[in-house]
Write a protein of this length. Structure first.
Lengths: 447, 275, 329
């Protein structure tokens, strides 16, 4: 008796589970295809960034949905740390979004994989001609456009505390021009618990944040132009290694950073007197540490030999891409056109929200911002725009493994694990391995 | 057990309790208190335990956010179903593997224990393809069902069942009881302690899962609590005050659950009496 | 010699053995009862009992695993035809020195974390078993509390503890040492990551141990006490042997989880200094970063190889621990 009853309980539990799977799956699929007659429903995934970005996207997605009846955008924020996992899983199952945020560095590889829809015919000609010439190449492969750019943000800018600089007997109006001068500043500004500056010190951060300085030191990245062989042992990198090594080993940067390179918190809390960080840090300072703004100045990151025309930063940034397998490419393009390429006021609002910590890629948005007193009065915008963005290079399109191999060499030298020749030899071997295994030879994008 | 303590020993015992309590509770306390701090205060150096000014904004904002309440409720419901279902499925299999002999037992054991060693990364893409093909995306079921059968849990319960004296079973068999009766009327009631421990672990596992919900759920109504908390995180500066307040609130149900159920982790009476 | 519960275990094995021998006699007509023979019923019952588990695991783990192995022989593209590459990716992973380094890091971490948790949990659980009811209730909840703190928050708390003016440096300062850059020194970084891992894991392990200890018949302890055995002797000759099954579980599951530790090093050190805390899953995570088909296939293959490594180690543990059991019986 008892036994039967309990067996029934067990059976019911299993049945309930199956029922749960069954009925809820019906609900789940209802929103899938647009069907006939109704608006084309497209999904849009945005990689999660600063809170104001999510707010801006949400506002304008809602406005777009309300403004017309042909296209309905389903907007979803995806946390950055799970982006690749979610996107690849979805691609494997064929449930990937129609529109997604893609960074510049990911475009060439994605095009090679056939992942993105070509956009030239989907967006009007004036949308393309509005893009500034130095960025135009970032979204093209073999002369065709595969993404519409949203913004650029230089990866490396020098921030410094004018009050501390003055107190140390240095001139805040004459920021360091060479790496040697910067080291002198870092030394003089290291006082007690306040370190001279903050900069990346772990390979995964160094990997991308040092690209600009790699260009600065050598005029090239640690690989041949046609990606046929590593070029990491070039002696011109010695200065770069020694620069990072001196900062770390002399104790002029925090020995145990609490946060990663892109987070400006240590500077905001006054634990360092200078900071190497991307332009986005302006936004964080304005939002979280507003008291710090009046004592903060920015300058282009110093150059190895003081030549200000050499690049010190790469221009990272985001674009929107349309999936090659999307069933609603036109609808997707319509949304992109509205959001990124249409009314300049929409993007101008974005840059205002960002505290002018990111830079437009469109001439018309520049003009819209020129009439905005908040933009013209911003103390940092002009310097970063004129002196950093202007010399900035595109992010390399090669696999991150190569960047990581070279960054591991930098970190090894910084932390005294190996000397420069050993470290660069190891990096060189690793890069050659990547070239061979990933068959990179001759695949370098032109231009 | 003999509890005739003499004074110094009792004092030592209290000191030990206090020491362990401080070590175990300090970080939770810090997390809860950091929830009262401003955005720029949490990471401040040198370390500061209390906020400059006690602010309740973070807690108030989160509690007033319907998305938070929804996430807590839906995660709780999911976790309860998940825990019950996995106790049923895993304890049955555990009993079979511990106490029954059947054809192909070694093979089935291998099938059931191997999943314990599979890193999530190895089957991330393919299991997503499976649930997507089954039409399970964006349902409560996809959050619950794929994890219900858990090798580690089954293994754990089996280890306890192995310890049960065979005499009990033999006596019951002689009395004409079936295996189901033995399992349900002897083994299950006798292993409340292990059930509670493993149930708490399952509940917590469900409660804290993050990557899987991000992959399979996009409907805001199904957003899980860890997904909700992730909205305060970003490589470019976390909203620490909110994250700490949210994590504290999210930890409360799990702590409450242990408070309620810990009393079942007690001395089993059966073995002493039955020997 | 004191009566150990290893015997019940052995008896349990013996009790099920007749089922095995009777299988040979299956063809003989059994006219004693009209019921289905007991051993056959046990077969049916057993299958019914494992069916839900086998089916669920089959769909959601085994099949995806088989499918993943199949995919690992291709360079996976979700947009073009996947290219069959045979064992290429296995070769790539197995010739990458960083893969081995990361395995070593994972193993070292497990060697620091798992035994420490076992010892701590055993001592703590023995202690908890002696407490009064109310005190035990408080402690059972207290030791569990760390487990509810998410590993991200725990990681941040410990980053503070290791800061230049943090608790760790204050502590070694008492002995005239330091200060150390705990998280950025090759020799201290991994132990520094192990501490929060222990802190997060010991609560549940203690409860498991406690459940195991409370499972031991009190008569064992009482007779030991009468024989004049002290705490260490009782632990050595009664508690540990009785807990063998529980310890085997904690060993295998602790190892499996710790080798795969990911969140703590990600937040605390990001794998540094120079890969000293680059656990296998962190390595796999980083190789997954690129959007290329290569990156997808490579990280998948590395994860499958990690599976083989963990499985092999666990198999060895199973062999070692259960062979002890048979020699005892």
């Amino acid at each position: 008796m008892r036994q039967r009853r309990l067996r029934i309980v067990a059976a019911t539990a299993v049945a309930a589970l199956i029922a749960l799977a069954g009925c809820s799956s019906n609900n789940g699929n209802s929103g899938g295809s647009g069907g006939s007659g109704g608006p084309a429903e497209i999904t849009f995934w945005q990689s999660q960034f600063e809170p104001y970005q999510q707010k801006w996207f949400k506002t304008y997605v809602d406005k777009f949905n309300a403004s017309q009846t042909d296209v309905k955008v389903k907007y979803q924020v995806v946390p950055g740390d799970t982006w690749q996992q979610k996107l690849k899983a979805a691609q494997a199952a064929g449930t990937q979004p129609d529109v997604a945020t893609t960074n510049y560095g990911g475009i060439p590889a994605g095009v090679a994989n056939g992942q993105f829809a070509e956009l030239d015919k989907l967006l009007p000609g004036k949308a393309w001609s509005d893009i500034k010439s130095n960025v135009g190449g970032f979204v093209q492969v073999d002369g065709k456009h595969y993404a519409y750019p949203m913004l650029v943000e230089p990866s490396t800018v020098l921030y410094y505390r004018t009050d501390l600089v003055k107190a140390a007997g240095l001139d805040p109006n004459a920021p360091p021009k060479t790496w040697d001068e910067l080291l002198t500043w870092a030394e003089k500004l290291t006082k007690g618990k306040v370190k001279g500056m903050s900069i990346a010190s772990v390979a995964t951060d160094l990997g991308w944040s040092s690209w600009g300085l790699q260009y600065n030191a050598c005029g090239h990245l640690p690989i041949n132009d046609d990606w046929s062989a590593a070029n990491a042992k070039d002696p011109c990198y010695t200065k770069l290694f020694e620069f990072y090594q001196t900062l770390f080993q002399k104790g002029w940067i925090p020995q145990q950073p609490k946060v990663g390179y892109p987070d400006a918190t240590p500077y905001g809390q006054g634990q360092v007197a200078m900071m190497a960080n991307g332009s986005w840090a302006v936004g964080q300072l304005k939002q979280t540490f507003p008291a710090m703004i009046k004592n903060t100045a920015v300058a282009p990151f110093p150059s190895v030999d003081g030549d200000p025309s050499k690049p010190t930063a790469t221009l990272g940034g985001w674009t929107l891409t349309v999936d090659a397998k999307s069933k609603h490419k036109e609808a997707a393009a319509k949304f992109i056109e509205y959001l990124l390429a249409g009314d300049p006021a929409i993007m101008a609002d974005f840059f205002r929200q960002s505290g002018f910590s990111k830079y437009t890629v469109r001439t018309s948005v520049d003009q819209a911002l020129a009439g905005d007193p908040a933009a013209t009065a911003d103390p940092f915008m002009k310097i970063i725009s004129d002196k950093v963005v202007a010399t900035g290079k595109a992010e390399p399109a090669y696999p991150f493994d190569i960047s990581l191999a070279f960054a591991t060499a930098i970190e090894s030298v910084m932390k005294g694990k190996s000397d420069i020749p050993t470290a660069t030899q190891k990096a060189s071997d690793a890069i050659d391995r990547v070239i061979k295994q990933q068959r990179l030879k001759g695949t370098a994008p032109k231009g | 057990m003999n509890r005739s303590w003499y004074a110094p020993r009792r004092l030592l015992s209290y000191l030990l309790v206090a020491g362990i309590a401080v070590t175990a509770l300090f970080p939770l306390a810090w997390m809860a208190i950091s929830g009262f701090k401003g955005q720029d205060e949490v990471l401040r150096s040198p370390f500061q335990f209390f906020p400059d000014v006690w602010r309740i904004d973070n807690y108030r904002l989160i509690l007033a956010d319907p998305a938070f309440v929804r996430a807590m409720v839906i995660t709780f419901v999911g976790a309860v179903i998940f825990t019950v279902a996995s106790l049923v499925v895993n304890s049955m299999a555990a009993y079979a593997f511990a106490r029954l002999d059947f054809a192909g037992k070694r093979l089935w054991w291998l099938v059931c224990i191997t999943p314990m060693f599979v890193p999530a990364m190895a089957i991330l893409l393919t299991s997503f393809v499976v649930v997507s093909k089954l039409g399970m995306l964006d349902t409560l079921a996809v959050l619950i069902i794929p994890g219900v059968a858990a090798s580690a849990q089954m293994f754990f319960l089996r280890q306890f069942y192995l310890n049960m004296p065979a005499a009990v079973e033999e006596a019951a068999l002689i009395d004409g009881a079936t295996r189901w009766q033995i399992f349900l009327q002897i083994f299950v009631p006798q292993s409340l302690g292990p059930f509670v421990v493993v149930g708490i672990a399952s509940f917590l596992g469900y409660w804290n899962s993050y990557v899987w919900p991000v992959l399979v759920v996009s409907n805001p109504d199904l957003t899980q609590i860890m997904q909700y908390l992730a909205t305060f995180r970003s490589a470019r500066g976390n909203e620490w005050g909110m994250l700490m307040a949210g994590s504290t609130l999210a930890a409360l149900p799990t702590i409450l659950l242990v408070l309620i159920f810990q009393r079942y982790i007690v001395n089993g009476v059966r073995l002493a009496g039955l020997k | 010699m004191i009566d150990t519960p290893a015997q019940p275990t052995a008896q349990a094995g013996a009790a099920t053995d007749p089922g095995r021998t009777s299988r040979r006699r299956r063809r003989r007509p059994t006219k004693i009862t009209e019921q289905v023979p007991r051993h056959l019923r046990a077969h049916l019952t057993a299958y019914l009992m494992i069916t839900p588990m086998v089916v669920l695991l089959g769909i959601f783990v085994i099949w995806p695993l088989v499918y993943a192995f199949y995919l690992s022989f291709f360079e996976m593209s979700f947009y073009k035809d996947a290219e069959f590459v045979g064992f290429d990716f296995y070769k790539y992973v197995l010739t990458d020195p960083e893969f081995y380094e990361s395995l070593l890091v994972g193993l070292k971490l497990a060697l620091m974390v798992v035994p420490t948790i076992l010892v701590l949990a055993l001592l703590l659980a023995s202690f908890l078993a002696t407490l009064s009811k109310r005190m035990a209730a408080f402690m059972k909840t207290t030791v569990y509390v760390p487990a509810v703190v998410s590993s991200v928050v725990a990681a941040i708390i410990f980053v503070f503890i290791y800061q230049d003016e943090g608790f760790a440096n204050w502590f070694i300062g008492l002995f005239g040492q330091g200060p150390l850059a705990w998280l950025n020194t090759a020799s201290t970084a991994l132990p520094a990551v192990a501490v929060p891992a222990i802190w997060l894991g010991f609560g549940v392990s203690t409860l498991i141990m406690l459940a195991g200890i409370l499972d031991i018949p009190e008569s064992y302890f009482e007779s030991a006490r009468l024989d004049g055995a002290n705490f260490w002797q009782r632990t050595r000759y009664i508690t540990i042997p009785s807990l063998r099954n529980v310890i085997l579980f904690l060993l295998v599951s602790g190892l499996t989880l710790t080798i795969q530790e990911f969140q703590l090093p990600l937040v605390m050190t990001n794998g540094g200094p120079v890969n000293a805390t680059n656990t296998p899953n962190l390595y796999i995570f980083n190789s997954f970063r690129d959007a290329t088909p290569y990156a997808t296939s490579y990280s998948l293959t590395a994860a499958l190889l990690l599976f083989l490594v963990i499985g092999t180690i666990s198999l060895v543990i199973f062999r070692v621990v259960s062979s002890e059991k048979s020699s005892d019986a």
